[in-house]
Design a protein around this ligand. Structure first.
Ligand SMILES: NC(=O)c1ccc[n+]([C@@H]2O[C@H](COP(=O)([O-])OP(=O)(O)OC[C@H]3O[C@@H](n4cnc5c(N)ncnc54)[C@H](O)[C@@H]3O)[C@@H](O)[C@H]2O)c1
Length: 452
């Protein structure tokens, strides 16, 4: 049987990772972008952004030169020459915090235009995160209108939510824990299942395929992200409670809670709060969707409010010790929203920096092992950028752990004492041993009060 081929519309985190993983296992893939510079980089085996393992695999599939992988500028040839098109464009948060579906609509139009001239049956799969109804009503209808073809007869439609996490995108793409296929009709779902059977083989014994309708699949993604974000805000709520009880440590409390098999320990880390390209935008998108239907999502409102307050709390901790922030050097260890990526979208560091600035801090410096350039694009000259930890901490009055990179986890109190003007550390990610740090320097940690 002929192997199905795939075009990927959108070469961001999800699109490019999917494309290289498919090609790595022998599936013919044409990635497509409108950005010529990006296409050139990708075709040379250079990843346009940092993601663990991505560039190695990209180089490998490019160097194989077996015709299974290329990146084209524009969509036409990519759609014409493949059986399945996956739309993996950004669905960002608009000014009004609602989902912005401009790129999704554009991609659907592009598919429609190509399908007008394509004879073979073609399957479109929406893999971006979209609010319920988008796949059927925006993508399906647009393709149908523009192509003049009939959905269900001439072309198929699926919605497959993506669950990969940045920093482990490649691993998650190769070894997902489930595959959710939302299908317009059985034929569409069967074709996508066939692709994944050939891609995953035996792994499907561990990763069930769930076949449901389009709207349920769209909502699964929001259900997933909202629950994970809720766990984080829940841990932060308990961190705030723990700080009211001397001797209590939220890390131990959440460990105790997480050992319950019904709950699990993951995503119960108290700290600076969540950020990234997904949680804030997805919660806001589904919140706006709920409101548009006349429902007020009280739990989601609380999850967002608790998250925003964590930045204020971190700055409170700094101000309570330093009194006045205006003439103090404040050093941020980490700028990216999490380790393993240079992604700055909605990073907690941005909220903390804005709050520091609001309280007149003028000497803020940041260091991130990977996100220096992407941080500069977002933060400009609001802060200074150190090239290494030594430069960052030199003569600083306060150090705040904002991203839990491995190279920070191994730091000892002696390093802070040697380099800083006033050794004062705020552990916003709970990466240090409280006992060890609290003994040797001024130490504040989310979810635990110092006894001295
Ligand atoms: N990043 C994640 O961890 C993650 C995880 C699961 C799901 N998702 C969802 O997957 C989707 C893509 O996310 P991402 O992080 O890969 O986004 P991204 O912003 O990294 O990439 C989006 C891609 O859209 C395309 N694009 C940009 N401008 C365009 C334009 N003017 N016209 C057409 N296409 C354009 C580009 O190829 C761009 O790289 C989103 O809906 C997101 O919510 C993301």
């Amino acid at each position: 049987m002929k192997k199905l081929s795939v075009s990927i519309l959108g070469t961001g985190f999800v699109g490019l990772c999917s494309a290289v993983c498919f090609a790595h296992r022998g599936i013919k893939v044409i990635a497509s972008t409108h950005n010529e510079e990006k296409a050139n980089l990708i075709n040379q085996g250079i990843a346009p952004f940092y993601e663990v393992e991505l560039e190695e695999i990209l180089k490998e599939v490019v160097n194989r030169n077996d015709g299974n992988f290329k990146c084209l500028v524009g969509r036409k040839q990519a759609i014409l020459d493949t059986d399945i098109s996956m739309i993996i464009v950004g669905t960002p948060m608009g000014e009004d915090k609602r989902i912005d579906l401009t790129l999704m609509e554009k991609a659907a139009k592009e598919i429609g235009e190509v399908l007008r001239m394509k004879e073979n049956y073609h399957l479109t799969v929406v893999r971006s995160t979209v609010i319920p109804g988008t796949t059927r009503n925006l993508v399906g209808d647009t393709i149908q209108k523009i192509s003049g073809k009939e959905l269900g007869k001439d072309f198929g439609l699926c919605m497959q939510p993506e669950f990969l996490a940045e920093g482990r995108s490649i691993k998650d793409t190769f070894y997902p824990d489930r595959i959710v296929i939302g299908e317009f009709d059985k034929k569409s779902g069967d074709i996508l299942q066939e692709l994944y059977e050939s891609f995953y083989g035996d792994h499907l014994k561990k990763a069930p395929i769930l076949r449901i309708n389009l709207e349920s699949a769209e909502l699964v993604k929001y259900g997933n992200n909202c629950l994970l974000a809720t766990k984080i805000s829940y841990a932060n709520e308990f961190a705030n409670l723990a700080e009211l009880v001397p001797g209590v440590d939220v890390v131990q409390v959440m460990k105790g809670v997480g050992l319950d098999y019904r709950i699990c320990e993951r995503f119960l880390g108290a700290g600076v709060g969540f950020g990234g390209s997904c949680f804030p935008k997805d919660i806001n998108a589904i919140k706006a969707f709920a409101q548009s239907k006349g429902y007020d999502p009280r739990l989601l409102n609380a999850v967002l409010a608790i998250n925003d307050d964590q930045a204020i709390h971190i700055v409170d901790l700094a101000e309570n010790t330093l009194n006045n922030l205006s003439n103090k050097k404040i050093a941020l260890l980490g700028l990216a929203f999490k380790p393993g990526t240079d992604d700055m979208r909605q990073a907690p560091s941005i909220r903390i920096i804005n709050e520091l600035k609001r309280r007149n801090a003028s000497n803020i410096i940041g260091y991130d092992p990977k996100a220096k350039e992407s941080a500069r694009e977002v933060l400009g000259n609001k802060i200074q950028y150190a090239n290494n930890i030594e430069e960052l901490l030199k003569d600083a009055d306060c150090a705040i752990i904002t991203t839990e990179w491995d190279e920070f986890k191994i730091l000892k109190p002696s390093k802070f004492i040697r380099l800083m003007k006033n050794p004062f550390v705020i552990d916003g990610r709970r990466i240090f041993s409280f006992e060890e740090f609290d003994k040797e320097l001024t130490f504040r940690a989310i979810g635990r009060v110092a006894l001295k």
